[in-house]
Design a protein around this ligand. Structure first.
Ligand code: PLP
Length: 380
C-alpha cells in the first residue's frame, strides 16, 4: 500500500461500538475490570488508553515500525527514550542536534551519569574514533536543525551495528512521509510530533517508534514509569493532522525547493542551507535516503542587523519558533531554538549571526518569494 493510502487507513480507526469512522476520545483515567482475576487490556490511562493506542499504531505504521509510543512532547519522547540507558553508559551524539536535546544531554542526563560525546555525523571515521568501551548508541538528527546538515543514516547504522551500538534517529524534519530511518537500519526513531506530523501548530506531542520487541519493552517501561504520555484530545488532533501529511509534505517541500533556488541567486544572501538543492553538500545522500529536501531551509543574510531587518519586514511568515505548520514560520535560531548554546558552540555548528530558518507552509510560493524579495531589498 502506498503511503498516501496508508495514512488514511491508519488514521480512520472506526469505533466498534457506534461505527463512528474516527476513534473516540476516551476521556477515562481508569477502566472497569470485568473479572476479579483477569484484567482487560486497559486499566489506567498512563499505562494504556484506546485513543492513544490508535495514535501509536498510526505513527508506528507510517514509520514502518511495529511499536509506537506517544509522549506529551518531542522532548518527553527523546528524554524517555534516552532514559533506557543507565549510569555509566556513553552516547555518541551528532553535534547538530536540536537545542532541547543538547540541553537534556548536557544538563540533565549527565547528572545521572549518562555521558556523551558530540561528533560530526558526516565524518564516519571521527564517529568510529570516538567509540568508547561503554558507548551504547549513536544519536543522529537528519537533516539537522537549523543548518540542514545531512547524515547518511544507513552508513551510521552500519557502523553502529558493527560495534554493537544502537542507532537512534530524530526524524522530525522529514516526517515518515519523506524518510524512513528504520528501513535504513536505525533502531529507534523519535519525533517532535508537534511539527509536521500534527502539522497545524496546535499541539505539543512526541513519538518514538521501533521494530525491536526488547527495545519496545524498555521504551514502554519508561513511558509508563515516567508517565509523560500524550493526552487523548491531543492524540485525536494528531490523528486528524496526520490525515493530510502526504499532501502537506508534497506541497511545502516543492515550495521550499523553489524558494531555496531563488534565495541562492540573491546577492543579499550569503549562504542557503537546503539539501534539495543540487549544490548543497548533503544533496547526494539526501537523494539516496529521502524523497525530497523537505519543507525547511535556512539562509544567511550576513549579519544580525540584516536578520533583524528580514524578520521585521517579512509580512507573510509568522516570526516565531517551531516549524511544520500550515503557515510559514520564520525563526531566528541564535535567539530562539539554539539560545541555550553559547556563541562559541553556535559558531562551531554553523549557526551564524545572520542565519534565519524558514519553515515553508502551504501558502502560494510566489507570494512567499515576493514577500522575501521586499525584505531582502532592505538589507545593508
Ligand atoms: C521541536 C523539536 C524537538 C522537540 O520537540 P518538542 O515537541 O518541542 O518537545 C526535537 N527535535 C527536533 C528536530 C525538533 O525540531
Amino acid at each position: 500500500m502506498k503511503d498516501a493510502t496508508k495514512i488514511i487507513k491508519v488514521t480512520t480507526v472506526a469505533d466498534p461500538v457506534s461505527g463512528a469512522v474516527n476513534v473516540p476520545i476516551q476521556l477515562s483515567s481508569t477502566f472497569n475490570q470485568p473479572d476479579f482475576d483477569q484484567f482487560g487490556e486497559f486499566d489506567y490511562s498512563r499505562s494504556g488508553n484506546p485513543t492513544r493506542k490508535a495514535g501509536e499504531a498510526a505513527v508506528a505504521a507510517l514509520e514502518g515500525g511495529a511499536h509506537g509510543f506517544l509522549f506529551a512532547s518531542g522532548m518527553a519522547a527523546i528524554g524517555s527514550v534516552l532514559q533506557i540507558f543507565s549510569q555509566g553508559d556513553h552516547l555518541l551524539v551528532s553535534k547538530f542536534v536540536y537545542g532541547g536535546t543538547f540541553r537534556l544531554l548536557e544538563d540533565v542526563l549527565s547528572r545521572f551519569g549518562i555521558t556523551h560525546t558530540f561528533v560530526d555525523p558526516t565524518d564516519l571515521s571521527a564517529i568510529e574514533a570516538a567509540i568508547q568501551p561503554n558507548t551504547k548508541a549513536i544519536y543522529i538528527e537528519t537533516p539537522s536543525n537549523p543548518v540542514l546538515k545531512v547524515t547518511d543514516i544507513a552508513a551510521v547504522a552500519q557502523l553502529a551495528k558493527a560495534h554493537g551500538l544502537l542507532t537512534i534517529a530524530d526524524n522530525t524534519f522529514m516526517s515518515p512521509l519523506l524518510q524512513k530511518p528504520l528501513a535504513l537500519g536505525a533502531d529507534i526513531v523519535v519525533h517532535s510530533a508537534t511539527k509536521f506530523l500534527a502539522g497545524h501548530s496546535d499541539i505539543i506531542a512526541g513519538a518514538a517508534v521501533t521494530n525491536d520487541q526488547a527495545l519496545a519493552d524498555r521504551i514502554y517501561f519508561m513511558q509508563n514509569a515516567f508517565g509523560a504520555t500524550l493526552g487523548v484530545t491531543d492524540t485525536w488532533l494528531l490523528l486528524r493532522g496526520i490525515k493530510t501529511l502526504d499532501v502537506r509534505m508534497q506541497r511545502s517541500s516543492a515550495s521550499a525547493l523553489s524558494i531555496a533556488a531563488w534565495l541562492a541567486k540573491q546577492p543579499a544572501v550569503t549562504r542557503v542551507c537546503y539539501p534539495g538543492l543540487p549544490e548543497d553538500p548533503g544533496y547526494a545522500i539526501q537523494q539516496k535516503q529521502a524523497l525530497s529536501g523537505g519543507a525547511v531551509l535556512s539562509f544567511d543574510v550576513g549579519s544580525e542587523a540584516n536578520a533583524r531587518i528580514v524578520a521585521e519586514t517579512c509580512q507573510l511568515p509568522e516570526f516565531s519558533v517551531s516549524l511544520g505548520g500550515a503557515e510559514s514560520i520564520l525563526s531566528y535560531p541564535p535567539k530562539m531554538s539554539h539560545a541555550e548554546m553559547s556563541p562559541e558552540e553556535r559558531a562551531k555548528t554553523g549557526i551564524t549571526p545572520g542565519l534565519l530558518r524558514y519553515s515553508v507552509g502551504l501558502e502560494d510560493p510566489s507570494d512567499l518569494i515576493t514577500d522575501l524579495a521586499q525584505a531582502l531589498a532592505k538589507c545593508q
